[in-house]
Design a protein around this ligand. Structure first.
Ligand code: CTP
Ligand code: MG
Length: 234
């Protein structure tokens, strides 16, 4: 694959956002006046390495999403009951010209261009599947059903996984065709086939907006409102 191989991004945005509890599908919730969906799409396009974006939304939101994203190189398709089937629907809508496919959560609207480029560069350089990761900072413990600690896990070999995840288009199609079980990410499907998955450095700004707390953090980051240290602790 050469270093200009065409890249298409699939943005799964068909979840309902139960944990956010905003009363609307999460991708349509606004951050500083702009929907997470539009922010995520514009972030991907601003990387300069993605030619087209396939956005996957709840079936009754297709017209709204198309209106919201008008003027951008985007197609909008209806999603499925779980993330894996939504990504599969997006994948089915990709033209045959794409050599690299990125899969990127619409719920990561602040993802910096650098992460997107690192993933694309690694796939173009020959890796069949690439994920951005961060080291795990907290101590991790395994507990039993009563919440009593059973063991402390060695975190040095653990990584927290972000998106975009990048793939050779044919490999991602094969992974989706081969594994019917829903997974929380697409690299998991590639792993299930026994194929290698490479890692590149992620970025804290690529965090996923899952809860109301995350939404608050994202809004603060966008509006630049500083969190003042408490009196006496300056
Ligand atoms: N997603 C999707 N189709 C689904 C479920 C999830 O396209 N059936 C997408 C979400 O829209 C989101 C990404 O997958 O961009 C990551 O999922 P998550 O953060 O779990 O979002 P939701 O499923 O919407 O949230 P929740 O699990 O709290 O309901
Ligand atoms: Mg979910």
């Amino acid at each position: 694959m050469n270093d200009r191989a065409p890249v298409v991004a699939v943005l799964p945005a068909a979840g309902s956002g139960v944990r956010l509890g905003a009363g609307a599908p999460k991708a349509f919730v606004e951050l500083a006046g702009v929907s997470m969906l539009a922010r995520a799409v514009d972030g991907v396009l601003a990387s300069g390495v993605v030619g087209h974006v396939v956005v996957v939304v709840p079936v009754d939101q297709v017209p709204d999403a198309a209106g919201l994203l008008a003027g951008r190189p985007v197609s909008v398709v209806p999603g499925g009951a779980d993330r894996t089937s939504s990504v599969a629907a997006g994948l089915a809508a990709i033209g045959s010209g794409a050599e690299v496919v990125l899969v990127h959560d619409a719920a990561r609207p602040l993802t910096p261009a650098g992460v997107i480029r690192r993933v694309v560069d690694a796939v173009r350089a020959g890796a069949p599947a690439v994920i951005p990761v961060l080291p795990v900072i907290d101590t991790i413990k395994q507990v039993d059903a009563d919440g009593v600690v059973m063991s402390t896990v060695d975190r040095s070999a653990l990584r927290a996984v972000q998106t975009p995840q990048g793939f050779r288009a044919d490999d991602l199609r094969r992974a989706h065709a081969g594994t019917p079980d829903p997974r929380t990410d697409d690299a998991g499907l590639v792993e299930a086939l026994g194929d290698p998955v490479a890692t590149v450095e992620g970025d804290p700004l690529a965090f996923k907006v899952t809860t109301a707390w995350d939404l608050r953090i994202a809004e603060l980051l966008l509006t630049g409102a500083a969190v003042e240290p408490a009196e006496g602790r300056r």
